[in-house]
Design a protein around this ligand. Structure first.
Ligand SMILES: NC(=O)c1ccc[n+]([C@@H]2O[C@H](COP(=O)([O-])OP(=O)(O)OC[C@H]3O[C@@H](n4cnc5c(N)ncnc54)[C@H](OP(=O)(O)O)[C@@H]3O)[C@@H](O)[C@H]2O)c1
Length: 257
């Protein structure tokens, strides 16, 4: 198993991409901690993860990472355990796909609080508790660099662009401590987040988006959460011991065009 004896923490590990990564890490022998806000979702994720054949352990923590208190709670949990973290996946994120003219200051603050500040200050707070050789994996988005017609993304793209910059600067700064920092930039993945941004579109816009997606993805479909898991396992493992500062597209070929 590729992650035997490693300890991993996955933010937003109770659903979607984070849950698929948590499942894959467990299968590869890691002990995992998943963080989300909703205790019910965390319990359901815990039950499904521990129901699967797995060697590692599963721990959950309810914390709102868009707040300083939530970030402190995660740092405190890791500190109290006395066991350094080998893998940190900064996955929890929020997407407001709102026309530029309509973006509110509250939406701006919420986006940056979770997509940027939480990654910044959680990683900073966990620094003393990261093992030598630790792997930090940030979940970015194709939206940092590539837009979709009629899917206004100024705010979301800005936050994921900032996350990409942070990924590269931290790879540079933390490299001498033996810490690797990479990002995965998924294409569109069928999760609750995607459904939230699509479900309220008028029928015509929904059909247009579906047709656009079908002709834009060389592999002919959008992603499933577990499509991201293989890259996450690779970056978390010692196979990627000399990989840092990369932004890896896992998107069915979408950004190749
Ligand atoms: N889905 C896509 O098409 C897509 C494409 C590219 C990139 N991404 C990125 O992939 C990541 C995961 O997205 P997803 O689609 O898997 O989302 P999702 O299905 O909505 O899951 C989000 C997870 O994050 C947790 N979360 C949300 N807000 C949180 C907060 N303030 N504090 C702590 N946990 C929080 C959620 O649990 P609670 O709600 O209980 O807190 C849940 O576990 C995000 O960074 C997203 O930007 C997604």
């Amino acid at each position: 198993m590729r992650l035997n004896n490693k300890r991993a923490l996955i933010t937003g590990g109770s659903d979607g991409i984070g849950l698929a990564i948590a499942e894959a890490f467990l299968r590869e022998g890691a002990d995992i901690t998943i963080v989300g806000r909703d205790p019910g979702k965390l319990q359901a994720a815990h039950d499904s993860l521990t129901g699967a054949r797995a060697d590692g352990t599963v721990e959950t923590l309810s914390a709102d990472l868009a707040t300083g208190i939530g970030i402190e709670a995660v740092v405190e949990l890791v500190k109290r355990s006395g066991r350094p973290l080998d893998i940190l996946v900064n996955n929890a994120g929020v997407a407001f796909l709102v026309p530029f003219a309509d973006v509110t200051e509250v939406q701006f603050q919420q986006s940056f609080a979770l997509n940027v500040m939480a990654v910044f200050f959680l990683t900073q707070g966990l620094m003393p508790h990261l093992a030598t050789g630790a792997s930090v994996i940030n979940i970015s988005s194709y939206f940092a660099n590539k837009m979709i017609p009629k899917r206004p993304s100024s705010l979301y793209s800005l936050s994921k662009g900032a996350l990409n910059s942070l990924t590269k600067s931290l790879a540079f700064e933390l490299g001498p401590r033996g810490i690797r920092v990479n990002a995965i930039a998924p294409g569109t993945v069928d999760t609750a987040m995607r459904r939230r941004t699509v479900d309220n579109l008028p029928a015509e816009a929904k059909a247009e988006l579906k047709a656009y997606v079908e002709r834009s993805y060389p592999l002919g479909r959008i992603g499933r959460p577990d499509d991201l898991a293989g890259m996450a396992v690779h970056l978390a493992s010692d196979e990627a011991a000399w990989t840092s500062g990369g932004i890896f597209a896992v998107d069915g070929g979408y950004t190749a065009g």
